[in-house]
Design a protein around this ligand. Structure first.
Ligand SMILES: C[S@@+](CC[C@H](N)C(=O)[O-])C[C@H]1O[C@@H](n2cnc3c(N)ncnc32)[C@H](O)[C@@H]1O
Length: 356
C-alpha cells in the first residue's frame, strides 16, 4: 500500500530539503513519486537504489512513501553520510511525532557494494536477498538517479536477466564513461543487436561527453552574452598549455574551477595546475595561450555545434537500451521526468514486467 505521510508533509518537506541542492530536490521529488507508484502497480516488494550517493532518494522513498529500500553505493564515505542524514531525519521526525500522528519510520539499508559490469544476475540477487532477509521471496524494482556510465547499462541488463526483478526506473548520466567497442570485453554501448549491426554506430568520447552538457542552460548564457561566455575559452586555452607541457595527456583531467569568471586567466591557470598537482607553467607559455583568448567566439561556436547534436546522441544511447529490452521481449517507455532547464539529464527508462 502506498502510504504518503501527508499529516507530516511540512516536516518531511523540510527533512528532504536539508543537505540537498534545489536541482536534486526537484529530481528527488519527481523520481520518488514515480518509483513509489511503480512499486505499487508492479507489486514489487523492495526497491534497490543503484549508485545511491548520500541516500537522498532513498530517504524520500522510505520516510516519505514508506517503501522498503536497499541502497548500493561503492563510496563508503557516502554511505556514512547517508546514515548520518537518516539519523538526523529520524530525530527531527521523532520530535514532531510528539505532537502529530505517529507513522512508521524505517530508513533504507545502506550497503557498500560495487556493482560490477559482469555480475551474474543470480549471484547479484542472492547477495541482495541475504541483505534483505525476508520471510517471503522478494521481487525487486531497480532504480538509480543519475547512475553514471556503465552502472545504468548494468541495471538494464540485470532487469532483462533476472525473473526476480520486475520493474525498473533508470535515469542515466555520464555517457562518456560507458564502455564501448572495442575498448573492453564488456560493452555499455551499444547494447542492442540492432544498433551493433548498424554501420557507423560508434559514438566518439567527445560526443558522448557533450551529451551530458545542458543545452537549455547554455541557451540562457548565450542570451545573457556576459563575461561568462569569454570564460568559456579559458578551458580551451588551458588545454593548449597543458598539451604543450604534457603531450602524453590525452584527455584533460581538469575539474570545474568554481567562479572562474572572478579570476584572471593567469590565476585560473595557476589554480588548475595546483589542482592537478603539477608545477606552475612559465610566463611565456601562459602569455602565448592568453593570445588565444581573443578567439573566444570560435570556442563558443564550436561548443554550440556540439550542444546541437547532444540531444541526438543521448536519444541514440537511450533508444539502443529500449531496443535491447525489446529484443528480449520486454517493453519500456522513455519519459522526460524533470524540468530540463533545472535538470538536463531528465529522461527515465521506465519498465514493468507486469505490463508486458
Ligand atoms: C552521479 S552520482 C549520483 C548519486 C545519487 N544517486 C544522487 O543522485 O544523489 C553516481 C553515484 O554512483 C556511484 N557509483 C558509480 N558506479 C558504481 C558502481 N559500479 N557500484 C556502486 N556505485 C557506483 C558513485 O559512487 C556515485 O555516488
Amino acid at each position: 500500500m502506498l502510504l504518503k505521510l501527508s499529516c507530516q508533509e511540512k516536516m518531511l518537506k523540510h527533512i528532504f530539503r536539508k543537505h540537498v541542492k534545489p536541482k536534486k530536490q526537484h529530481e528527488i521529488y519527481l523520481l520518488s513519486k514515480t518509483v513509489a507508484e511503480l512499486l505499487e502497480s508492479s507489486k514489487c516488494s523492495d526497491i534497490i537504489d543503484f549508485g545511491s550517493g548520500q541516500g537522498h532518494l532513498a530517504r524520500s522513498l522510505t520516510l516519505g512513501y514508506n517503501c522498503p529500500v536497499i541502497t548500493l553505493e561503492q563510496n563508503k564515505n557516502f554511505i556514512k553520510k547517508a546514515e548520518e542524514f537518516d539519523d538526523d531525519a529520524c530525530k527531527t521526525l521523532h520530535k514532531a511525532n510528539r505532537q502529530a500522528d505517529v507513522v512508521g519510520q524505517v530508513t533504507a539499508r545502506h550497503v557498500q557494494y560495487n556493482v560490477s559490469t559482469d555480475v551474474a544476475a543470480d549471484i547479484f540477487i542472492d547477495t541482495i536477498d541475504k541483505k534483505v532477509q525476508s520471510h517471503v521471496e522478494p521481487t525487486y524494482l531497480l532504480t538509480g538517479l543519475h547512475a553514471c556510465g556503465d552502472l545504468s547499462a548494468t541495471m538494464i541488463r540485470l532487469y532483462k536477466e533476472s525473473p526476480r526483478i520486475a520493474a525498473l526506473v533508470s535515469v542515466a548520466c555520464c555517457y562518456m564513461k560507458l564502455s564501448t567497442e572495442p575498448e573492453s570485453t564488456y560493452i555499455g554501448y551499444p547494447m542492442s543487436l540492432y544498433v551493433k549491426g548498424l554501420d557507423n554506430h560508434k559514438i566518439p568520447y567527445k560526443s558522448r561527453e557533450s551529451a551530458c552538457h545542458a543545452l537549455e542552460d547554455y541557451r540562457c548564457r548565450l542570451k545573457g552574452a556576459g563575461p561568462q561566455l569569454r570564460m568559456h575559452c579559458y578551458r580551451a586555452a588551458l588545454g593548449t598549455i597543458l598539451r604543450k607541457l604534457h603531450p602524453d595527456m590525452v584527455r584533460l583531467p581538469v575539474q570545474t574551477i568554481k567562479k572562474a569568471f572572478n579570476l584572471s586567466f593567469v590565476e585560473y591557470v595557476a589554480l588548475a595546475f595546483k589542482k592537478l598537482k603539477l608545477s606552475a607553467p612559465n610566463e611565456v607559455d601562459v602569455q602565448e595561450a592568453e593570445s588565444l583568448l581573443s578567439q573566444w567566439v570560435h570556442v563558443v561556436i564550436y561548443f554550440c555545434l556540439c550542444l546541437m547534436v547532444a540531444p541526438t546522441v543521448e536519444s541514440i544511447i537511450l533508444l539502443d537500451r529500449m531496443i535491447y529490452l525489446k529484443e528480449h521481449g520486454l517493453n519500456c517507455e522513455i519519459k522526460s521526468l524533470f524540468e530540463p532547464k533545472l535538470s538536463p539529464r531528465c529522461f527515465a527508462i521506465i519498465a514493468s514486467k507486469d505490463s508486458q
